[in-house]
Structures are given as structure tokens and as C-alpha cells.
Design a protein around this ligand. Structure first.
Ligand SMILES: [Zn+2]
Length: 239
């Protein structure tokens, strides 16, 4: 592992004090066409958003907020029942116009992202399964880093959650299995659907799960593959 080359050309004042120890890394995409637009947003004192690091399309890494501070990247969010994810995490924004506009991330950008995450994992002793997407922790509001994000590639480098299965039969779920699947999502770390808007909420949480683990099922109903992957993930995601 080589030490990442981090530039400090841009700084954001959009932060306050952490209330918790760093335990997570949250990945985002900027939904902008380039770095310049991303920096404008992430340093705007009107918008009140920021992050700790930005990874440009050419792999260059910029630090905007000190890791010791609470950058404002996650908003209302939770994982495994823990809220205030801004206080508990380091936020990394990846320059990318969004899942509808761009299908793949440049290799150099992902390579440098991996390098940065390895560096932070070691520095702050962050467990590999605590590298999450914004959509995982805020499934009702967010879809980044999107269904084209290469979670499988990251998992091969011991970053984040992923599961490979040999299941070939992709069938619909019984009611009992659907209920188990929803329970499993909660056990993995996802928030539970709000009772007063159960159907819509469940669909959004299911989509967040699919976006990360079964991207070809985004917008669709869970299948036997979703269920088996959810069972496996409970086993992996224990720490
Ligand atoms: Zn985000």
C-alpha cells in the first residue's frame, strides 16, 4: 500500500465538533459533472454541506475538512440503530455525475479511493464492514454512490460488504420469506421501515439493499437471490 497523495488546495468551513468516535466511512458521489462544481457545493456556506475527502475522476484526492471534525455529509441517517452518522464517520465524495448519467467509475479513481480507504481504516482502526454507502444509511433520501459503484472490487481488497452466491434459481418470495428478508435487512444494519408509511418505506430500504448487493434488482421486488444474500450478510457483518 502506498501512502495516498492528499492535496489541501480547498477547505470547507461546514463542520462542527464530533460527539462520537470514528467507526465508519461513508461513500458518496458528488452528482456533479466535475471537481470544480463539487468543490463549489462542498464549500458553499449557504448550502451547509461538506465532506472530509473528495476523489476526482483522475484519482487525485483532496482534503476539505480535518478528520477530527464532524463534516456535514450524511444528514439524517442511521446504521445498526446508531444515529448521528456524521459524528461517527469519515465522508468521502467521489466525483461522478450520478447513476443515471455515468455507468462506470474510472479505474484510477477507484484505485486511489481504495488506497485512501486502506489508509483511513488503518489510521482509525475502522472494521472493513463499516465502509458503507450513503444510500445504506439514508435509504429514504439518498441513492449514492449508486448501482454502478464497484462494491465487489472493493470487497476483494477487504473493504465494505459484498457476498457472492452460487444460487441460480431466481424466484419470487413467499410472504413468509418476504418477512424474513425484511427482518434480515434490519439485522444487517438498515433502519426499519416507519410504521405509518410501511409499504413505501420498505420499498426504499429494499432498493438501498439491492443498489449495494443485487444492482440488477433495483426498482424490482426481492427474489430468492436477495434473500440468500441477506442471510449470508448477517454472518459476515458481525463486528
Ligand atoms: Zn451522499
Amino acid at each position: 500500500m502506498s501512502q495516498p497523495n492528499i492535496l489541501h488546495n480547498f477547505k470547507s468551513k461546514n463542520f462542527d465538533s464530533r460527539k462520537h468516535k470514528i467507526q465508519f466511512i461513508v461513500l458518496h458521489y458528488t452528482e456533479t459533472k466535475n471537481l470544480e462544481k463539487a468543490i463549489d457545493l462542498l464549500t458553499s456556506q449557504k448550502r451547509k454541506v461538506s465532506c472530509h475527502f473528495v476523489v476526482d475522476t483522475d484519482g487525485q484526492i483532496y482534503n476539505l475538512v480535518s478528520e477530527s471534525k464532524r463534516a456535514w455529509h450524511a444528514g439524517e441517517s442511521s446504521w445498526k440503530g446508531l444515529n448521528d452518522m456524521n459524528s461517527r464517520s469519515i465522508g468521502i465524495e467521489i466525483v461522478n455525475p450520478g447513476e443515471k448519467k455515468l455507468k462506470s467509475y474510472p479505474k484510477i479513481q477507484i484505485d486511489q479511493l481504495i488506497n485512501l480507504i486502506h489508509f483511513l481504516e488503518e489510521k482509525f482502526k475502522i472494521p472493513f464492514c463499516n465502509i458503507l454507502g450513503h444510500s445504506d444509511i439514508a435509504p429514504h433520501r439518498k441513492i449514492d454512490p449508486g448501482k454502478h459503484f464497484p462494491w465487489k472490487e472493493l470487497y476483494k481488497k477487504k473493504i465494505g460488504l459484498w457476498v457472492e452466491i452460487n444460487q441460480i434459481i431466481n424466484r419470487s418470495l413467499s410472504e413468509k420469506e418476504s418477512n424474513e428478508f425484511l427482518q434480515n435487512l434490519y439485522k444487517i444494519g438498515y433502519q426499519s421501515p416507519k410504521i405509518n408509511n410501511f409499504k413505501t418505506n420498505s420499498a426504499m430500504i429494499i432498493d438501498a439493499f439491492h443498489r449495494h448487493f443485487v444492482p440488477n434488482l433495483v426498482g424490482k421486488k426481492p427474489t430468492s437471490i436477495s434473500l440468500i444474500k441477506s442471510r449470508e450478510l448477517i454472518k459476515i457483518n458481525k463486528t
